[in-house]
Design a protein around this ligand. Sequence first.
Ligand SMILES: C[S@@+](CC[C@H](N)C(=O)[O-])C[C@H]1O[C@@H](n2cnc3c(N)ncnc32)[C@H](O)[C@@H]1O
Length: 239
Amino acid sequence: MSRAPATVPADLADLPDIDDKPRAVEAMFDRIAPRYDALNRLLTFRMDVGWRRSAVRALALPDSSRVLDLACGTGDLCRTLIRAGHHPVGVDFSAGMLRAARTAAPLVRADAVRLPFARATFDGITCGFALRNFAALAPVLAECSRVLRPGGRVALLDVAEPVSPLVRPVHGAWFRHVVPFVGGLVSDRAAYRYLPASTAYLPPLPEMLALVVAGGIVDVSRRTLGFGAAQLITGTRAR
Ligand SMILES: C[S@@+](CC[C@H](N)C(=O)[O-])C[C@H]1O[C@@H](n2cnc3c(N)ncnc32)[C@H](O)[C@@H]1O
């Protein structure tokens, strides 16, 4: 995942050089934080709310579980986790996103590749729409395994490209034209060009699942949501 795959016809010009990616991504989320939640709701017709609920349900953890919400942004998943009866901790490296967060969960500013938690601290980990924003997936997944207790659960949510020939062109037009246009009007055009284009950072599915398994996660499964516009990968930390 160190570079955009050449086969993906995304607007690669909208993606930062890989060496600049962490700083560029952090600065971008700092900029868009104030309107991030409102645009998510608008641009997904509120489907993102249901996708986060699905991710929390898919953890299948008992009440009062300790859950790390990795790359928590403004805390949407933390709120969903609290409503489900869990005790989340949110981590993100964007100070702007953390400042804009509306959640009762404790929030920690840290990089996903260097989590300030001891081994086996958490019963579960959620991660919403951040996989494609990391500079590399393998070190993040290794950190997840380290801070997750054996038998703990992960739920990784991100965007996807629908495969249905009916949905794919509509989604493509929406994602590559409407999202940057509306995002540009309401927030920051460059950021809302990057967000769809960054799908190119996601490795092909078999490679992605292999990375999760190599990170020490077993019983891995993946399903799509929202007519294929989102995907949810779940699994269990090997014992
Ligand atoms: C698209 S937002 C998702 C926010 C939130 N999870 C949600 O569901 O709306 C991606 C988040 O990942 C964070 N992020 C990206 N790379 C990160 C890293 N290496 N460490 C910590 N946070 C990171 C960004 O700051 C941003 O808040």
